[in-house]
Each structure stands twice: as C-alpha cells, then as structure tokens.
Design a binder for this molecule. Structure first.
Ligand SMILES: Nc1ncnc2c1ncn2[C@@H]1O[C@H](COP(=O)(O)OP(=O)(O)OP(=O)(O)O)[C@@H](O)[C@H]1O
Length: 601
C-alpha cells in the first residue's frame, strides 16, 4: 500500500493547520542545510590541516571565497575562520533543530486534539444502532490510547523527515567528495533497507495484535468497573480476576512480541551498516588511494560523513519499524472514522414547535439486525393530550417502539407522521427538545444535583430548578444531602437510591416542559411511600401532555385513554381499557394474571 494511503489520516489533517506544518518543515530543512554547510567547513578544515600546501577549497562564489573562507589569507587565518564557521553553523543548526522540533511537537498536539474531536463528532452523529453493536471499551480505547499512538506515529514521521533530509544532505556531500564511493555505498545500503522489509512486515503484524489486545483489555476493565456491584453480588471476583489477568497477559504477550520485533530493527541495521562501512573503507583504501584518485582530505571528509550517516540510517530504519508498529492503531481509528459503513441519523429541516393533532405510526417494521424483525406492521395513532399505554410481555418490543419517536432509531419500513409531516423532516434537536424520556435507567452524571436536573440547559434560574425538584417530590431528600443542590452525585449517581434517581429524572423532564412524554414505568418494586411519591410526581408531569407509557401497573392502564397490547412485535389489541376488557381478549388475560398475582402477593 502506498505511503499516502497508510498515513492519509494524518496527512489529511495538515490542511487544517498549514502554518504549523510549513514552519516545522522549513525549520527542519534549514537545520539539514546547515548540517551540509557544517560538513563543507569540516572538509575545508581537514584539508587545511592535512595538506596545507594544496590550493584552498573554493565554492566558486568569489566574494564568499575571499571574505568568508579567506582563500587568499594565511593558513592560520583560514584555520581560525573555518573553526569559527564550524561553530557558527553548528549553533545555527542547533537553533533550527530546536525550532523544527517545537513546531513539529505543536503540530503533533494539535493533530491529537483534532482527531479526538473528529472521533467525538463521529460518535455524536452515529445512530444508536452502531453503539449497540460495539464494545464500549473499543470506542474508549480508540478515542484515548489509539489517538495517542497516532500522535506518536506523527512524531516518528517528523523524525523520519528530519533524519531523511539530513541524510539527503549527507548524500549530496558524499557525491561532491566522491561519486564513485557514494554510488557503491548507496547501492549497498539500499540492499540493506530492502532486506529489512520482511522484518517490518512482522512488526506491522505484531502491531495489529497489540492494538486488538489493548482494545480487549480496555473493554474488560470497563465492564469490570461498571459492573462492580454485580461482580461482588455474584461473588464473581475469581471469574473476573481470570478474565482481567487473561486480558492483561494477552496485552503483555502482544506488546512483548511488538517490542521484540521493533528492537531487532535498530541493532540489525547497526551491525549490517558497520559491516558495510568497513567494507567501503577497505575498498576505498585498496582501490582509490594508491592510484591517487582521491585526495586524503576528501577521503577523510567522505569517511566522516559516512560515519555520521550510520547512526542516522539506524534511526531511520528504527523509525520505519516504529511506524509499522503504529499501523494497528492507525487502522482502528481509520475504521472508527469511516463513514461509508455506518448508520447515521439524517437530520430534517423543519423546526418542531408543538404537537397539534397526533402522532401516527403507519405500517412500521423494525429490525436491529438484518434477519431478526422486532416490530411488524405497526399501525397506531397517538392523540395529542392523551395517555397511550403500551402493554406486553418482556421482549414484545415496547421499548423499541417508543425509541422510534425521539428517533433513537428509524423504522426499517413505514413512516411516522407528526401532524401529518414525516418525523424525518423535522430538525432532530428541535424535536428531541420537546420530548422527555423518563425511564428506569436514567443516567445520572457525576456532577451536582443542580446540574443533573438542569442537564445541558444554559442559564437556568435556580428558582425553576427548585420548583421542578419540588414538583418531582425530590426536594426533601435533596435538602438532606450534605451540600443540598450542590452535592455531587458520584459516577452514575451511586449516591442515590433507585427511587431518588427516578425523581431526579422526573425533575429533569419537568424543567424542560416537554410536549410529549415517554414514560417507562418501574418494574422493580419500590416501598409504598416512595411509589406514591413517584406516582404523584409523574401525574404532575403527565398532566396536559401527550404521554406514551410502557405500563406495568394496572392503575396506569386503567387511566390510559388508549391501551395497546403488543405481542412478539405485533399489535394484537388496541382500544379503550374497558372496551378491551369487554372483549375478553389479551388485555383481559393480562388483567386476570395481574389480579391473581396481586391476590397471591
Ligand atoms: N440494541 C438491540 N440490538 C438487537 N436486538 C435488540 C436490541 N434491543 C432490543 N433488542 C431485541 O428486540 C426485542 C424487543 O426488545 P424491547 O426492549 O423493545 O422489548 P420490551 O417489550 O421493551 O421488553 P422489556 O419489557 O423487557 O423492556 C427483544 O427480542 C430484544 O432482544
């Protein structure tokens, strides 16, 4: 694969910060140019020392030869001048190297920032369907450590550029000194570089394994931390330990293989290049010197440059090895950023203001995976201002159906109309702002109670937050918290009980004053006081709104204007509560079962 395709993820970003890249390039190249001047002055110096009688080396630029090199001056003056020039070029090269490094480091940091933001934007735009199929650990690994690896890859690329341009300058100097020796050296070193390719393929392979192991390790750690309560409740520490140790050892093995492969590159290059160097040295002495083809100063200069090139060559090959070792991460981040293989929620243009008439689901089919259909031919009208209750066994498709309204998913077939307009024509954010979802698994952020209630709203009046908390029956317990509304709730709200979390969710919804309310009733039993408090606050929230409720309690079903019974993804009954009971169909069975259960309880 050509270089461009392997690293396009990095190269394409450069157009967003061209100034940094250009400055880094200019300073790096200037450093290389001064390195070249330095070599020229060293050769001049060597000639002055070894062959003072010879005609001084000239550049052919008259004023430079006279004023700077002092070709007409005494030997001592020429030696002082070249010493000074060597020092000057060395310091200038040092200054440009410093500037080149500063700018390439800056470029590297900006590149990391941009990639992280691109990944974030990508995840924001994706449909929830994508996340359902992914491991959270893989995504987190991508957005954290793999971006870091790419930054390292860029670092290595800039090293390649620095070393590469210096090497070019070296080769030019060598050609000037002896093109024959240069030709032989370049040929031999090229053979060595080609020979390394197999080793680099191995390094690449190892990097894929390492990247995979690293993703697996992040996934296992994340699941362990997120599921710590379940782990402890099931006394699963030994099981989790085995999983964790296994993942950690896989990472260890993959990383060991990867570092072994990379570590081989440097020493191998070094050994081989010194062997070549000695060969070239012998060749030079045997063939060239006796016939007097090469002046001794030029030969010394040539060897000086060749010696300097050897570590450079090793570093260059090392850098190639390292680049190959980042390939796994590079490919994973590229995959995450690909757009052609992912599902996106398409945004509409019409701003959603209010529901005036009804939500209609027309011949809806939905499947998460290609072959499993979850909803079949759903036809349903949800009237404005009414409560529609969805009833059905677990897995019947109730949650999937309500998830279609805020467009968490789009139907596979069929259309959803709001006041006669296709749901997909609305601007998705304007729509979602008018819908509140209160479910059992409301996410509580590790932030204050206040910010959790006002989540994502700006400039919210404290009084409004207080009022929402009061209406949600949450005020009492909030005021008992150590810092009241300012108390931080810990990761995922671990400081709160289930009932308290739900009331925070209700307050959050109340504050948004939604048009449409989607409720997922708690299935787990709460104590009767909490249950009554929550029931009351839900009634406050539901009053005057269009409510779609996944109902588990008879009391809710009784109050609903319309009851929809779902079975295996199909609507098997819908109508008024009494009407359906009179039919003695599915709802009646359901009713009987609940009644018996409550009698038994
Ligand atoms: N993200 C998903 N990917 C694949 N299949 C899914 C996904 N979410 C749900 N399902 C499947 O879709 C079907 C309907 O699930 P859904 O959660 O809608 O049912 P439900 O009636 O709400 O159940 P419950 O009352 O238990 O919450 C189930 O068979 C479930 O396995």
């Amino acid at each position: 694969m050509p270089f461009w395709q392997d690293y396009d993820i990095i190269l394409r970003e450069f157009r967003y910060f061209p100034r940094l890249v250009v400055l880094a390039l200019i300073f790096t190249l200037l450093a290389a140019v001064f390195e070249g001047f330095g070599i020229g002055f060293v050769v001049t110096f060597l000639q002055n020392l070894t062959n003072p009688e010879a005609t001084p080396i000239k550049t052919g630029i008259d004023w430079f030869d006279r004023v700077i090199l002092g070709v007409d001056a005494s030997l001592a003056s020429r030696i002082y001048r070249t010493c000074f020039l060597i020092l000057l070029t060395t310091w200038l090269r040092a200054a440009f190297t410093f500037l080149g490094q500063v700018y390439s480091q800056k470029t590297q940091l900006v590149l990391g920032d941009r990639l992280r933001k691109r990944l974030f934007e990508q995840m924001q735009a994706l449909s929830l369907q994508y996340f359902a199929k992914q491991r959270a650990g893989d995504l987190i690994n991508g957005i954290t450590s793999e971006v870091y690896q790419i930054m390292q890859a860029f670092n290595v690329m800039s090293t390649l550029l620095i070393q590469g341009s210096t090497l070019v300058v070296y080769v030019i100097s060598m050609i000037v000194l002896s093109w024959q020796l240069t030709l032989i050296s370049v040929l031999l070193y090229s053979l060595l570089t080609v020979g390394l390719s197999n080793l680099l393929a191995w390094v690449r392979e190892a990097s894929f394994e390492r990247s995979k192991a690293s993703r697996w390790y992040t996934s296992v750690s994340l699941e362990f931390i997120n599921g710590i309560r379940t782990v402890q409740a099931f006394a699963a520490q030994d099981y989790e330990r085995r999983r964790f140790y296994d993942a950690s050892e896989q990472l260890l093995q993959a990383a060991t293989k990867s570092v072994t492969a990379i570590s081989l590159v440097g020493p191998l290059t070094e050994g081989a290049s010194v062997t070549l160097l000695i060969g070239i040295l012998l060749l030079a002495f045997m063939t060239l010197t006796p016939s007097g083809q090469l002046q001794s100063a030029a030969l010394l200069g040539f060897l000086f440059v060749l010696f300097r090139s050897t570590p450079l060559l090793r570093q260059l090959n090392n850098a190639r090895g390292q680049l190959s070792s980042f390939q796994g991460s590079l490919n994973h981040v590229k995959d995450l950023l690909r757009t052609d293989d992912k599902l996106y929620i398409q945004n509409g243009k019409i701003a959603f203001r209010e529901l005036t008439d009804a939500i209609e689901l027309c011949s809806i089919n939905f499947n998460y995976n290609q072959n499993e259909s979850v909803l079949h031919n759903i036809n349903l009208t949800i009237e404005r201002g009414q409560m529609t209750a969805l009833v059905g066994a677990s897995g019947a498709g109730k949650s999937t159906l309500v998830d279609l309204i805020p467009r968490f998913y789009d139907p596979t077939h069929g259309r959803i109309l709001i006041d006669g307009v296709d749901l997909q024509s609305y601007d998705i954010n304007s729509l979602r702002r008018k819908i509140a979802v209160v479910s059992q698994d409301t996410f509580i952020f590790n932030d204050s109670v206040r910010n959790n209630i006002a989540y994502a709203l700006e400039n919210v009046d404290d009084r409004a937050i207080w009022q929402a908390a009061r209406l949600a029956n949450a005020l009492d317990f909030i005021q008992e918290l150590p810092q009241g509304f300012e108390t931080r709730l810990g990761d995922r709200g671990v400081r709160l009980s289930g009932g308290q979390r739900q009331r925070i969710a209700i307050a959050r919804a109340l504050l948004r004053n939604p048009e449409i309310l989607i409720l997922d009733e708690a299935t787990s039993a709460l104590d009767s006081v909490t249950e009554r408090l929550i029931q009351e606050s839900i009634e406050t929230l539901a009053a005057g709104r269009t409510v779609i409720v996944i109902a588990h309690r008879l009391s809710t079903i009784v109050r609903a204007h319309k009851v929809v019974v779902l079975e295996k993804g199909r609507i098997v009954e819908q109508g008024g509560y009494q009407e359906l009971l009179d039919r003695r169909g599915k709802l009646w069975n359901y009713h009987q079962m609940q009644y018996k259960l409550s009698q038994a309880g």
